[in-house]
Design a protein around this ligand. Structure first.
Ligand code: FVH
Length: 279
């Protein structure tokens, strides 16, 4: 072992991870299927391994960030040591990987490559808790490490759930941008109001979290009856401007179903019951 950490996979993210370790002063061995991608990192001070197996024997901690789990499985050859897998996957894949005899930590990177090495960024971890304790300081070089506990699937579950929020939010904003630009406004003019609106929305979410856990959804801020009436405007405004109304119609449909089931006086958090009941 001549390095502190080995990084397998030097795509956009793996290169950013290796670079952050180097900037923090760690000795880093790198490996990538396409060897040329190691060149800039070697210039920064990394050692290039000739094979994935050689890299895995070069350090007590191996950080993997390749395309997907099949790619990881192809190159995995760890006799011992700690595997920190930052490759995206499902909770089920993470739990299966943890059964393969390595000391396993699964991770979900909640940033893009430019955010790696920034302490305001976060990376979610779950799995072997002793391994987390042993690697926490090292992993702090990448982002704030958030420990979700011993279930190796939890980091991937939270990662996926958080990405779901991202896609829903981005698509809501894009729909809104299509709406306002159809009448001659610009996205640049509209967007500061949109980002300001995300503050109150974060407040609604915090209020609704305990309601979701309690299964009780008082309509004390706004009822689903009111949401439904207002959603009619969003569908109408989209239709008039010939903007795709799949998203507003989906939301309208949730509200309509809740009202038809007799829950019009409840708050929006009640919709979770429709999301849960796949009938
Ligand atoms: N980029 C991002 O912002 C996101 C942030 C959240 C986490 N993701 C996940 O990180 C994994 C890698 O993503 P990436 O952005 O680094 O992706 P690429 O730049 O395309 O690099 C892919 C690397 O995977 C290697 N690779 C692909 N197939 C194989 C294989 N069969 N055997 C060995 N290595 C393989 C590829 O090698 P090469 O093409 O350069 O030879 C790259 O090193 C991913 O799970 C994201 O979801 C990033």
């Amino acid at each position: 072992m001549q390095s502190d950490v080995a990084v397998l996979g030097l795509g956009q993210m793996g290169s950013a991870l290796a670079s952050a370790f180097l900037r923090a002063g760690y000795r880093v061995t790198v490996w990538n299927r396409t060897a040329a991608k190691a060149t800039p990192l070697v210039a920064e001070g990394a050692t290039a391994a000739a094979t994935a197996a050689e890299a895995q024997r070069s350090a007590p901690v191996v950080v993997a960030c390749v395309l997907d789990y099949p790619a990881l499985t192809e190159i995995l050859d760890m006799p011992d040591g700690i595997l920190v897998n930052l490759t995206s996957g499902s909770p089920e894949q993470a739990r299966e990987m943890a059964t393969r005899g390595v000391r396993y930590l699964d991770g979900g990177i909640m940033t893009t490559p430019p955010g790696v090495g920034d302490e305001r960024s976060m990376i979610l971890y779950s799995g072997d808790q002793k391994a987390f304790a042993e690697t926490e300081k090292l992993l702090s070089a990448l982002a704030e490490p958030i420990n979700l506990g011993a279930d190796p699937g939890l980091a991937a579950l939270y990662d996926t759930a958080l990405l779901g929020i991202m896609w829903a939010t981005l698509t809501g904003w894009l729909h809104a941008s299509a709406l306002v630009t159809a009448d001659g406004a610009t996205a640049a003019h509209f967007t500061p109001l949109a980002t300001r609106w995300l503050g109150p929305i974060a407040g609604f979410i915090s209020t609704y979290a305990s309601q979701v856990d309690a299964g009780s959804y008082p309509g004390s801020d706004a009822t689903i009856d009111v949401h439904l009436a207002t959603l009619n405007h969003l569908v109408h405004a989209s239709d008039v401007r010939k903007i795709d109304s799949t998203l507003p119609r989906l939301l309208h449909d949730y509200a309509r179903r809740a009202v038809e089931a007799g829950h019009g006086a409840d708050g929006w958090a009640r919709i979770v019951e429709l999301l849960r009941a796949k009938a």
